[in-house]
Design a protein around this ligand. Structure first.
Ligand code: NIG
Ligand code: FE
Length: 418
């Protein structure tokens, strides 16, 4: 087997450092950049990271054939990680954009049976083959944008069979597609029309029927809830997440997206791995997230697309909350796979620095999906997931915005985009 030698990057962005815990405050600014640095890969793993002189020395001691990729005018980063997507669903909702532009709100559309519920209707009707095919197209787009691992939530089935169907498709995609997919069960994404007048009945089904089945079939690692006014209450969300925890599923929460609802405080109480959205988080919520070491997953693309004010990333970072970023890829509030564009928005609408956005889409995103020991940085022994961008420095990724600068993507040591 030959070695893959990624040679002399203008900037090799390693993210090396203390990666035991998610990075907070100034740590989010430390990228471990090696100028003129090189990486050597053997099979699916990284076996050398550092100066090019060191790489030449390493290669001189090996008899293996070498395949070289020159990156002299480029930068190399860990493969980007997207820790919050709703990947598997059927159909599109471009007509809703038009309605929203005319003044209708996202919540109004949902409460009238549209929004998530219209995607649910289409997803229930779709075959596994159809869902698989539509999701492959999204995964291919993610890869083209430098993303090598994503989290994917269910939540458009809202019946036992249809939730299982979505999760089984995600599992098959994880096995067959180059992308690594970490699954989250999100039966509590909306109240299905059958239970419109009795949401507690649906919550009981999530807790007593769905969670045990998902766990037994090993279909998910996390459990998420859309904790929001008019969707799942604090009490219902807590009940679901406590049950998930007892079953061995790690909690995540869609929190404080549309109103300040106490979702962040709940995330801290249940020891969630992440609290996501947080556009309307309270000051108390911020300090509780910091104290409980819950990672804030911010989704500035969703705020942009729903034309809401983005989350207060600066206040979160300055209060000691670790921040990760994500597309929130879904058909209603964020129909994009461009994590690099989300990084642009994080800079331009949330004042995050170019260093912070890279940390938020690599090491902190790895922590957000419990993968910090295998991905998120370029270190010897880690999985060889890398993105090569055709820019002279990492600042240009944010400066020359809304352009796909991806040149090459390496996943588990194999070139998957070139
Ligand atoms: O994260 N907020 C709830 N769920 C998704 C949107 C899903 C949809 O509109 O289809 C979100 O924004
Ligand atoms: Fe979401």
């Amino acid at each position: 087997m030959s070695l893959l030698y990624i040679r002399r990057a203008n900037q090799l962005v390693t993210l090396q450092g203390n990666n035991q815990k998610p990075r907070i405050r100034e740590e989010m600014g430390e990228l471990g950049v090696v100028e003129g640095g090189s990486v050597i890969i053997e099979g699916p793993f990284i076996c050398y990271v550092g100066t090019d002189e060191g790489a030449v020395e390493y290669l001189s001691q090996s008899r293996k054939p070498v395949q070289t990729i020159d990156t002299e005018e480029k930068i190399v980063t860990p493969g980007l990680i997207d820790p919050h997507t709703h990947l598997v669903f059927a159909g599109t909702r471009e007509y809703e954009l038009e309605q929203r532009l005319k003044g209708r709100s996202y919540m109004d559309i949902l409460q009238a049976g549209g929004g998530i519920l219209s995607t649910c209707k289409e997803t229930r009707l779709a075959s596994k083959k159809d869902l698989y095919q539509q999701s492959v197209e999204r995964l291919d787009q993610f890869l083209l944008h430098g993303v090598t691992t994503i989290e994917a939530k269910s939540g458009y089935g809202l019946t036992i069979e249809d939730e299982v169907k979505q999760l089984e498709v995600a599992k098959e995609l994880d096995q067959k597609h180059a992308m690594d997919i970490i699954s989250t069960f999100m039966g509590a994404h909306a109240i299905p029309p059958e239970c419109k007048n009795n949401s507690d009945e649906y919550v009981d089904m999530v807790v007593n029927k769905m969670i045990p089945i998902v766990k037994d079939a090993e279909l998910a690692e996390f459990c998420d809830v859309f904790c929001e006014q008019g969707v799942f209450s604090i009490k219902q969300s807590q009940y679901i997440l406590e049950a998930a925890k007892r079953a061995g599923l790690k909690p995540k929460i869609h929190a404080d997206e549309l109103v300040a609802f106490g979702g962040a405080e709940l995330a801290a109480r249940v020891g969630a791995v992440t609290a996501d959205h947080l556009l309307n988080i309270s000051d108390d919520g911020i300090s509780q997230l910091a104290a409980a070491e819950v990672i804030a997953v911010l989704l500035p693309g969703t705020a942009f697309f729903l034309r809401e004010k983005a989350a207060n990333a600066r206040k979160l970072i300055e209060s000691g909350v670790a921040v990760a970023l994500s597309t929130d890829r879904n058909p209603g509030s964020s129909p994009t796979e461009s994590l690099p564009f989300i990084m642009n928005l994080a800079c331009l609408t949330m004042n995050m620095t170019p260093e912070e956005v890279l940390t938020a889409t690599t090491m902190n995103a790895a922590h957000a999906i419990s993968r910090s020991t295998t991905i998120g940085s370029l270190e010897v022994g880690k999985q060889a997931d890398l993105a090569i961008f055709n820019v002279p420095n990492y600042q240009t990724l944010q400066y020359h915005y809304a352009i796909n600068h991806v040149d090459t993507v390496v996943k588990k040591g194999k070139v998957v985009v070139e």
